[in-house]
Write a protein that binds this ligand. Sequence first.
Ligand SMILES: C[S@@+](CC[C@H](N)C(=O)[O-])C[C@H]1O[C@@H](n2cnc3c(N)ncnc32)[C@H](O)[C@@H]1O
Length: 331
Amino acid sequence: MEVRHMPVLLEEVVRFLQPQAGGHYIDGTLGDGGHTEAILERSAPDGRVLGIDLDPEALDRVARRLSRYVKSGRLLLAQGNFADLERIAAAHAFGPVQGILLDLGFSSLQLSDPRRGLSFAAEGPLDMRLDPAQSLSAADLVNQADEQELADIFYRYGEERYARQIARRIVREREQAPITSTRRLAEIVTAAIAAARQRPPRDGIHPATRVFMALRIAVNRELENVERALPQMLNLLSRGGGAPGERGLAGRMVVIAFHSLEDRIVKNFMKREATDCLCPPRTPVCVCGHRARLRLLTPKPVWPTAEEISANPRSRSARLRAAERLADLPA
Ligand SMILES: C[S@@+](CC[C@H](N)C(=O)[O-])C[C@H]1O[C@@H](n2cnc3c(N)ncnc32)[C@H](O)[C@@H]1O
């Protein structure tokens, strides 16, 4: 039997996107197509989805599994980076749309595939690229970046307190032989932490967890991609019934993040775009002219229920934020 990725917060995504017949939706992180399939089912008979993924293998699988929707023209598939959302949507004559979803990170299929080198638990090449056409791999970074750059990556993206000691040991080890496998890197990191640590670890996670996460984020430019995508998502959302040429509900954006660095970017963007004036406090009259374009649907992030976490432990760190496009004020 084929392994499947279990979509996280599925009912919550559907509740916030409220798919409807005739609606147009973009799934910027198609993955195994679990969320897309639910959107297509709930927007029957003629709702459409543009599904985007960087990973061509993910697109191939969905093209087979959801072939009935591809054949009927209700599901369009595009290989690309959600950081280029507006360009990809325009190339498919898609937009304005009633909903856009980003379910960030990696699918279970990607994480468990040793060929991708995403996990320290399995021996594999130190690759980590989502897009096989990208030239920079994790091995390139680990073997070529200077010590300071590596320490910065581990500290900034992994919040790793032993970042400097790990970077120093990597540089020493790679002088013996290039570091090309996940297991060797995990061993080097584990040894560096064991030498630096005064007390046994308290959190019980594998010592290489943070370094692997940091490298994934750096290799795939995860934070930069989210920063680039958010304003484009907002631009693509329908302004709802009142706007010229637009029908139906106002567009909604839904983002699921798996770590706090990503979530902070989403939170700050939505908060800012849901605020009318951004002048410093106590400015007597607004001089910035900023007008809210979003209404927050989730003042606090939505987390999976205990039942979902026990059925799908990977959902543990997921948190969802959603917002709705406001109509433009008359000029
Ligand atoms: C958590 S999975 C999505 C799972 C999907 N929602 C489902 O229900 O099966 C994230 C997917 O986003 C893709 N991805 C990550 N970053 C991307 C980017 N910048 N542009 C396009 N796709 C990206 C990954 O390749 C992966 O397939």
